[in-house]
Design a protein around this ligand. Structure first.
Ligand code: FPP
Length: 237
């Protein structure tokens, strides 16, 4: 008899391998990101169908600013076209947040993001966080600055700094910790993704390049997660 599967509350995805996928086909790296963006849309829809409440994807890291300007511009344009279609989120009932250092983004993108976050926040389906100019260390520095300012203003004492206060100062304030982090593209490292929120995350690494990642691959990660949970809970004999 099949056991009911424990679904993660929050899944994180490091979408790696777009460049290699494109190079292997003699295409530009930006074509790889384009295909990656299509796959991203399919996976969000699929995760929603599976009943995952929170999904965080790593679209662009603080370190990715060091890539050639045409590649950075290409990824930003993909994000622009993805974020522009606000109607889509209403229809699909997706609540969107963009997490990261928005001060480095172009003004039009920042405005588009603010509109989208505001317009979609009452949607009751999956909550999608898009990591854009995101770095876990940056996020912790950002939180530390807010806490230092509160202490300086005299509104808290050092003894009042605890886990819950730090959590409230993160980009993901009010959201559950990430339970499962999927990384495609064969590398097995965390690369500055959700450092605080992933303290107890299970990792699922796959050599599949992100543009080749399918809903069935996502299901395989959920299946593996449910097995690990059951072992940890001592349910299996
Ligand atoms: C990593 O592959 C991927 C990125 C740095 C960009 C991810 C972007 C997308 C999937 C498209 C835009 C996203 C949205 C949300 C519309 P890589 O370039 O490091 O690949 P490589 O390791 O093969 O070089």
């Amino acid at each position: 008899m099949t056991q009911p599967q424990a679904l993660p509350n929050h899944v994180g995805i490091i979408m790696d391998g777009n460049g290699r996928w494109a190079t292997a086909r003699g295409l530009s790296r930006n074509r790889g990101h384009q295909k990656g963006a299509e796959v991203f849309g399919q996976i969000v829809r699929h995760a929603q169908k599976r009943g995952i409440p929170y999904l965080t994807v790593y679209a662009f890291s603080t370190e990715n600013w060091n890539r050639p300007p045409e590649e950075v511009g290409g990824i930003m344009n993909l994000l622009r076209s993805y974020l522009r279609d606000a109607d889509k989120y209403r229809k699909e009932n997706v609540a969107v947040s963009v997490i990261g250092d928005k001060s480095r983004l172009d003004v039009d993108l920042v405005e588009m993001i603010a509109k989208l976050e505001e317009g979609s926040r009452h949607n009751t389906g999956i909550h999608l966080n898009i990591g854009l100019s995101y770095g876990g260390r940056d996020e912790l520095v950002h939180a530390a600055r807010q806490i230092a300012a509160m202490a300086q203003a005299g509104s808290i004492s050092p003894q009042e700094v605890d886990h819950s206060l730090v959590e409230r100062c993160l980009y993901t304030a009010g959201q559950p910790d990430v339970d499962l982090i999927i990384r495609t593209g064969g590398e097995q490292r965390v690369s500055n993704f959700l450092l605080w929120q992933g303290a107890y995350a299970e990792f699922y690494f796959t050599p599949t390049l992100w543009p080749d990642f399918t809903p069935a691959d996502f299901d395989a990660a959920l299946e593996e997660y449910s097995r690990r949970e059951r072992r940890m809970g001592g349910i299996l004999p």
